[in-house]
Design a protein around this ligand. Structure first.
Ligand SMILES: *[C@@H]1O[C@H](CO)[C@@H](O)[C@H](O)[C@H]1NC(C)=O
Ligand SMILES: *[C@@H]1O[C@H](CO)[C@@H](O)[C@H](O)[C@H]1NC(C)=O
Ligand SMILES: *[C@@H]1O[C@H](CO)[C@@H](O)[C@H](O)[C@H]1NC(C)=O
Length: 638
């Protein structure tokens, strides 16, 4: 008797499965709701523009700001007793705002733009205040069980330099040691962007005003303190933004550039020049590009979002950044990953200098003053200088004229981790989780798109120079296309929180059951959160007994993992749909693997012949007079 042998094997690049852009599982909003792995939150008040402004892991609360409302949610279950504060701009202020001609799109309201922890019991919050930014304190109590969440009565602070006036202008902020550092537009017209320090005991300090060498129409994305050494005086603030290129006036130069900048936390400004301005401000270009087969480099310059993944070493977090192409030539986006070592190397390298008759950027080769620009006072290299006010005029003037580093910062391996071109969407946001699976630790990327979906992606090394990208799932979080923000909580909650114009949704990081009912489905899914437990595809935790768990992220080989379960699975069971078509004297066999990462091989063995005849296609014509019996025979896996 003849035997039909069926092999499931992994697809390689370039195969018909198109693994690069097809997710293993795609769930519409309705299908996602049916999996009961999401919880949408929105409340009945007239509001919009929900933003997650702070995640409080200690109290297990999520602080949300929207138009005229502040909300405190339980991270375990966002629908469990939300605590709500109504914080509108006054009617008088709204009236004044409208008189200035603003508010055509409803901007004459208080859009909450900042919530930062102030002390153990209080939060500090700011909003646009109908084009007159305001700030205040919120009392949230000592513990979540108090269910306390209310404004401190009668207290209002100016929000200038903390919150933008125009709700459409992006801002970023961090409250560190009682000082608020904000990347924000500080004027009514929205033409004066700055990195501003306010509050606290240190003097107010900002970037040089109206100097396009420092900031040129920036869009602020993220601000984060990252220590440079064990010496606290070396602590620096890094800020990620994009800005208009100075050389953008026509030609081939990019119009937008992605930047990382930094200042010393203990910078108090200069004594004679740069008074109340940063004297340690430097910035560098972040490059994310691919080199095509023709050697042409394509740049992704429009920085969209940054996720900073902590490591055991506080000084060396990993920086994940999402970019899209600027301009409209072609639509593409990419994820690039940067190391702090590479970022610091560029800040320790040459300064950029405009030079020569045609004004080209060149590395500065002259004498560099002491202390080297960008060095913090009282730090490892300047123990003799205790404040920036003691810096030499020469050093201060150098910084003013040379805030840009010459070298750009390239990503790890000098290439993006993920590239998406030729699709009709762009990535807008990113969150990253590190997951311990049976065969190692994986970084799982959650990528928000401008069509309201989130993709879950892992990237595996294939050989020394190439990687394999797997889109584990794409889920539709919002029914309408929307710019949305993505926040990830690791740890106990294992949840993703996605906020948008319309509301917030709490999403579980995994829904293993949707991969299918068979071991091979589970195995082929290659989702580090999921494993076959003998009966179901279910959530994997390293604590569960290893021997009973079947999981193979690296190879996704069901033949090895699912031995013993094969009879049920590989018989073109739930993981494959087998269809027969009888035409004349031959049968048409079609096997559709559910996983785009799987391809099907039919092995057809005639009596007596040792070597099976191999077909690498998903469909196979079989001569029916020879093989009619085969169909009643279970297919055997080899
Ligand atoms: C909701 O608020 C917007 C903006 O303030 C306003 O234009 C609209 O009329 C309000 N809708 C209702 C139902 O109150
Ligand atoms: C926290 O700060 C607020 C506002 O300044 C103050 O009223 C409160 O007493 C402080 N709480 C603690 C525990 O320090
Ligand atoms: C099927 O096999 C029979 C017997 O060998 C042969 O005569 C016939 O031509 C084959 N048909 C096709 C379509 O190959």
């Amino acid at each position: 008797m003849q035997t039909l042998l069926l092999i499931l094997s992994l697809c390689v690049w370039g195969c018909h499965c198109n693994a690069r852009t097809t997710p293993r599982v795609h769930l519409s909003y309705k299908e996602l709701l049916e999996t009961k792995t999401i919880r949408p939150f929105s409340f009945s008040f007239n509001t919009s523009d929900y933003r997650i402004l702070h995640m409080d892991q200690d109290q297990g609360r999520l602080y949300l700001g929207s138009r005229e409302y502040l909300v405190s949610l339980d991270m375990q279950n966002v629908n469990k007793e939300p605590l709500i504060i109504h914080w509108p701009a006054t009617a008088q202020r709204k009236g004044e705002c409208k008189l200035t001609g603003k508010g055509g799109q409803g901007e004459c309201a208080n859009f909450v733009r900042l919530i930062e922890p102030w002390n153990r019991t209080h939060l500090y919050t700011c909003g646009t205040g109908a084009y007159k930014p305001i700030c205040t304190f919120i009392n949230r109590g000592w513990r979540a069980e108090e269910y306390l969440f209310r404004l401190v009565p009668g207290y209002v602070d100016s929000g200038k330099g903390k919150s933008p006036y125009d709700p459409r202008q992006e801002n970023a902020a961090a409250l560190i040691n009682g000082n608020l550092y904000a990347g924000v537009h500080v004027d009514f017209m929205g033409t004066d962007p700055a990195i501003f320090r306010t509050l606290g005991d240190r003097p107010a300090v900002r970037t040089e005003q109206y100097d396009s060498r420092w900031l040129n129409e920036p869009v602020f994305i993220k601000i984060q303190k990252i220590p440079d050494s064990a010496e606290k005086n070396d602590d620096k603030l890094y800020f990620f933004f994009r800005e208009k290129s100075l050389d953008a006036s026509g030609g081939s130069a990019p119009s937008v550039l992605a930047r990382v900048g930094r200042v010393c936390l203990n910078d108090d400004g200069g004594q004679r020049s740069l008074v109340n301005k940063w004297t340690t401000f430097l910035k560098a270009r972040l490059v994310c590009s691919v080199i095509g087969a023709d050697g042409v480099e394509t740049y992704f310059d429009e920085l969209r979002d940054v996720f900073i993944q902590r490591t055991h070493d506080e000084r060396n977090p990993i920086v994940y950044a999402v970019f899209s192409t600027a301009g409209s030539v072609f639509k593409g986006s990419a994820v690039c990953v940067y190391s702090m070592a590479d970022i610091r190397n560029v800040f320790n390298g040459p300064f950029s200098h405009k030079h020569g008759h045609n004004y080209q950027w060149t590395p500065y080769t002259g004498k560099i003053p002491y202390p080297r620009p960008g060095t913090c006072p009282g730090g490892t290299f300047t123990p003799d200088l205790h404040t920036t006010k003691a810096f030499s005029d020469e050093a201060v003037n150098f910084v003013r004229a040379h805030p840009l580093m010459y070298q750009p910062i390239y990503p790890i391996h000098k290439r993006p981790l993920v590239v998406r071109t030729g699709v009709d969407y762009r990535f807008t946001t990113i969150a990253v989780d590190l997951v311990d699976a049976v065969d190692g630790r994986y970084e799982v990327l959650f990528l928000g798109t401008d069509r309201g979906t989130v993709q879950k992606v892992i990237v595996l090394p294939k050989d020394i120079s190439t990687t394999e990208e797997l889109i584990l799932e794409e889920v539709e979080i919002f029914k309408v296309q929307n710019q949305h923000f993505l926040f990830l909580s690791c740890g106990l909650q294992q949840q993703l929180y996605v906020s948008s114009e319309r509301g917030l949704t709490q999403v579980s990081l995994h829904r293993c059951a949707v991969y299918g009912k068979a071991c091979s489905d589970c195995c082929l899914a290659r989702d580090p959160y999921c494993a076959w437990d003998g009966e179901h595809c279910s959530a994997f935790t390293p604590a569960t007994k290893r021997r009973s768990r079947r999981q193979d992220i690296k190879h996704g080989d069901p033949l090895r993992q699912c031995r013993g379960f094969n009879a049920k699975d590989l018989e073109c069971g739930p993981s494959l749909t087998l269809s027969f078509g009888v035409e004349g004297s031959s049968a048409f066999l079609e096997c559709q693997p559910r996983s785009p990462q799987a391809s099907v091989k039919w092995l057809y063995q005639k009596d007596g012949k040792r070597k099976p005849h191999q077909q690498n296609y998903c469909c196979f014509m079989l001569n029916i007079s020879y093989s009619i019996l085969i169909f009643s025979t279970p297919m055997t896996a080899v």
